[in-house]
Every structure is written in C-alpha cells, then in structure tokens.
Ligand binder design. Structure first.
Ligand SMILES: Cc1cc2nc3c(=O)[nH]c(=O)nc-3n(C[C@H](O)[C@H](O)[C@H](O)COP(=O)(O)OP(=O)(O)OC[C@H]3O[C@@H](n4cnc5c(N)ncnc54)[C@H](O)[C@@H]3O)c2cc1C
Length: 504
C-alpha cells in the first residue's frame, strides 16, 4: 500500500478518472498485426482487447490512465519473452513501452501499441553480497523475501512500486541518507536492447549503459530484465511520528529542514503539511515522520533537539523500536501479509485499491526554503480551497550517502540536493474528479511556482513534470550530453521513446 494522504509527496486517493494523454492517441493498425505469431513464441501470455482479462491487463497502478487502450499486453515470463516482444514490435513498427509496477505518474508505462509487462519477472534471489531482483518485483515482496536474510534494498513510500521504474529513475526512500539512492546500490543489470540483443552491464562491461541506467529514467535505453543490487543490512529501526498545530507550521518547516540536514545519516524522514480535506475552514497539519536506523534512545534525543528547534512541544509524539520490515509495513499502511498489500486484482487476497494521483511533482533542493519562501509556500498550501480534495506540501530528507556520490558518477546528477520538496493534490470522492481536476492542477502549479518561480529548478524524472520548459537540464543537468551519447549508441533509432525521452 502506498502511504495515503497522511504522508509523502504523493498523496494517493482511490477514485477514478479516465483520460487519454495526447501521446497515446489511437491507431487503426491493430487488425493487421499477426498477434498469434507473438503469442506462440512467448512462455508468458498475451492479452488482446477481445480477451476477458483485457480490462484489468491494460490498467496501470493509477486510475487516471485507464482510457489508454493498448493493442496488446504481453505478460513476459522470461528474458527471452522480452526479446521476442522487442523483435516483434520492431518488425511490425509498433510502439512499445515496458511496464513493471505501472506507477509512472505521467502514464509512461502504457501505450496504444504493445505493453511489455514485467510483473511476472519478479524473482528475489539473495546471494552472499548481492541480491538479484526482477524488474517487476514489488517493494513489499522484496521486503518480505529479504527480511529472513537480514537484508533490504531501497524502497520508497509505496509498497507496490517496482525496481523497473524506481531504480532506473533514481529511487528515493527512508534509507537514502544511510544507504544512498536505489540506483546507488545497483551492481549490474541485464538489459534487452532495442535490437533484441541482451547485455549484462556493470562498472566493467557496457559501463556507459550501466552509468545511464542509474538515474537516466526508465524506458530510455532498453528493458532491464534483472537488477543486481548491493543490499543494506539494517536490523532494527526507531520509527517516529510527530504532529504540530498549523500555527506552528512555519517554525516546524524551518526547524525540520535544519534538523534533517544536520542530522546523522541514519535519520530518514518526511515533513508533510497536509490538508486532508481542502474544504474552507479546515486547518492543515504539520506532520513529521520517518525512522532512524538506530536505537530508540538516540532517536528520542534527536526528537528533543527537533522540538527545541521548533520552539514548542508537538501535540502528539509517537516513537517505537521494531524491525526494519515491521516499520516499512506500517509506513506503507500494510497491516496484513505482503500478498494482501498488493493492488486489488493482482492476486486473490490483494486488498489495496488502485491509486488516483491527479498531480504530484517537486524539486530537488540543495537549500532549505528561507523564511519568505516558507511563508509563501504555506500560503499556497492554504489557498485554492476545494472541498473533497486533499492538498499536501511535502519534503523528503535527502543528502547523507546520496550526497557523497559525484554528480557525474551516475546519471542522477542532483547530488547536492538535501530535500525533495513538492505539492500533490488528489480527490476524496470519485464524483469530484472531473469538475475539480483543472483546479487541482492549478493549485499544484501555483505552489510549484513558489518553490521554482522560473520552472527551471532541479527535477526528478520519477516525478515527471510535463511543464518544464527545459526538462533536459532540470532532470539531468550537465549529464544530459552523455546520456544522449548512450542513447545514440544503444538505441540509435529511438525505438524506446516517450514524452521527455533522452533525445538522439
Ligand atoms: C503512489 C506513489 C508513491 C511513490 N513514492 C515514491 C517514493 O517514495 N520515492 C521515489 O523515488 N519514487 C516514488 N514514486 C515514483 C516512482 O518511483 C516512479 O513512478 C517509478 O518509476 C515507478 O516504478 P514502476 O516500476 O512501478 O513504474 P512503471 O510505471 O512500470 O515504469 C516507470 C517508467 O520506467 C519504464 N520501465 C518500467 N520497467 C522498466 C524496465 N524493466 N526497464 C526499463 N524501463 C522500465 C516505464 O516504461 C516507465 O517509463 C511514487 C509513485 C507513486 C505513484
């Protein structure tokens, strides 16, 4: 389960809206494609619009892209299945997109052509020093599989996000400060290229591709069929949740940024300035949460420091010490088994509704918001009241181990970032979505203009912002020319393309 409106840059509701993005306009090619030939070559299965499974198979994790109708969805069971799909799509000039967890916030893991689904390539194989995971392994399953071995790999605030998109885009989570980004823990990857060739890349082999896969963004260079990751070995953690009333929000924002930026690497966390319902008169809350990869006593001392920086006691302060696994499950809101924590329809016991995320984006900021910007950011949160929507201004603590990697060491360039700060808006009731969508977008836009007045700040490809005028620089900075060279070498015809793809 993804943490809901109460925490995280993405506040996910559970209501529906369908719209077809412009890049996914329909084609009339479907009838001429000999799908049976592809089907015969697959170990997995192929779902066509005439199949009863199609309505579910075409869906992403987010309901807002339900109107996109792929010509087919190939559930790949093996790396060779991916190869077959790539060669078939090439031969028939079909647009393709890989899909692992399907959480891309811009809908980039669907297409009107062939969706190459990787959810069945979901193995988790621990070794002595590394772990091999399939691109479609969900964070909650990776957590469960590695827990008995005392290992984990980075995960974000959503239990069903998969390495396919998370690691290739960077991968921010509660352990970013102590263990680096998801991409920082990649040791090697197997990749199916646009010509069907399979390469195994690492620091020593196809090293430029390996470099690009660590933050260059999914769907650009090839389809990763396996990630080899260097796990962290965090045993017990001390979790925390504190809340302050809204009239202390400016103090909490100032104090939290100072506190996390100067805290130990072991400290991970988020600050959420949250309106659970943006109706007139409702007061937002200032919520601080996360965990310390360390003992509870040390956490209590750190929290005392935070409270003293804020200058007032919180209205609630909860701490606990438990295993990393238990803390992540509670952070995700998963009270049952890993299987129950899947999206509905994924397996017979899955209970989590698919997510409606209307708008969510942010910037990777090196400096804390100053007093004036904080006031403006809080005012933006309070403006644009709209009953039935939740509005959130949130900050994720970065820095630590992620900040000690050189900007050109991986494709993830924004190594001086200490905060990922952004706005998200969503809906509490399905009926409000159509009428309120434009207002929600405007609200996020207005907030983002406070944080990034020229729309030119450092952005994160895993939270795409389609309004960035110079997205190449915002996402990739000085690394962009090198990413283009990798693209030209490994995908010279731009077979893999989507909005904001690395250009040739
Ligand atoms: C509710 C929610 C919470 C989130 N929380 C966080 C968070 O805490 N931290 C964070 O860093 N991010 C977070 N994200 C963003 C998330 O990391 C990205 O959306 C990520 O890309 C999702 O991975 P996926 O495999 O589920 O996505 P998909 O939608 O399947 O893929 C994302 C992109 O990668 C491509 N792709 C997929 N699989 C492969 C592959 N095997 N090889 C190459 N390309 C591939 C797709 O074509 C698409 O372009 C969140 C998103 C949501 C919706």
């Amino acid at each position: 389960m993804c943490s809901g409106p109460e925490r995280g840059l993405v506040s996910a509701g559970t209501v529906g809206l369908s719209f077809a993005p412009s890049w996914a306009a329909g084609t009339d090619r479907a009838a001429r494609v000999p799908w049976d030939r592809l089907e015969r070559r697959l170990r997995g299965s192929l779902v066509l619009p005439t199949d009863p499974d199609y309505p579910r198979a075409r869906h992403l994790a987010l309901l807002q892209f339900d109107a996109v109708s792929p010509q087919a969805i190939a559930y790949c069971a093996t790396e060779n299945d991916i190869r077959e799909c790539v060669l078939f799509a090439r031969h028939h000039a079909l647009p393709v997109t890989p899909r692992s967890g399907g959480h891309n916030l811009a809908g980039w893991s669907t297409t009107t052509g062939l969706v190459i689904d990787l959810s069945r390539i979901a193995h988790v194989t621990p070794g002595a020093d590394t772990v091999r995971v399939g691109p479609g392994a969900q964070a909650v399953d990776i957590l469960a599989a590695l827990a008995p071995h005392g290992m984990q790999i980075p995960a974000g605030l959503c239990a069903t996000v998969c390495p396919g998109g998370f690691v290739t885009g960077g991968g921010i989570g509660m352990t970013t400060r102590v263990g680096g980004l998801g991409a920082d823990r990649l040791v090697s990857a197997r990749v199916v290229l646009a010509d069907g060739q399979v390469v195994h890349c690492s620091e020593d082999r196809h090293s430029e591709l390996f470099w690009a896969l660590r933050g260059g963004g999914g769907g650009n260079f090839g389809i990763v069929s396996e990630f080899e990751m260097r796990p962290t070995r965090i045993q017990r953690v001390a979790g925390y949740n504190l809340a302050w009333p809204w009239d202390r929000a400016a103090d909490v924002t100032r104090a939290w940024q100072e506190w996390t930026a100067n805290g130990p690497d072991a400290l991970g966390g988020t600050l959420d300035l949250l309106l659970t319902d943006a109706a007139e008169g409702v007061r937002p809350l200032a919520l601080v949460g996360g965990f310390l990869a360390g003992p509870r006593a040390e956490l209590e001392t750190l929290l005392d420091q935070l409270c003293s920086l804020v200058g007032s006691a919180p209205t609630s302060r909860e701490t606990r010490e438990q295993s990393y696994q238990a803390e992540m499950m509670s952070l995700w809101g998963c009270s049952g088994t890993a299987a129950e924590c899947h999206l509905e329809g994924d397996n017979p016991v899955a209970t989590v509704p698919r997510h409606e995320v209307i708008v969510a984006t942010g910037r990777l900021l090196a400096d804390p918001l100053g007093t004036t910007d904080t006031e403006a950011a809080l005012a933006a949160l309070e403006s644009g009241r709209h009953a039935g929507q939740f509005h959130n201004l949130s900050m994720y603590a970065l820095g630590g181990a992620a900040g000690r990697v050189r900007p050109d060491e991986t494709a993830f360039v924004h190594r001086s970032a200490r905060f990922f700060t952004g706005y998200s808006a969503g809906f509490l009731h399905a009926d409000d979505v159509r009428a309120g969508r434009a207002a929600a977008e405007r609200w996020v836009d207005d907030g983002m203009l406070v944080i990034d007045p020229h729309r030119s700040g450092p952005a994160y490809i895993n939270f795409p912002d389609l309004k960035l005028p110079n997205w190449q620089t915002s996402y990739y900075g000085a690394n962009y020319p090198r990413l283009r060279r990798v693209k030209r070498h490994y995908d010279p015809d731009a077979f893999f393309h989507r909005p904001q793809s690395i250009e040739l």
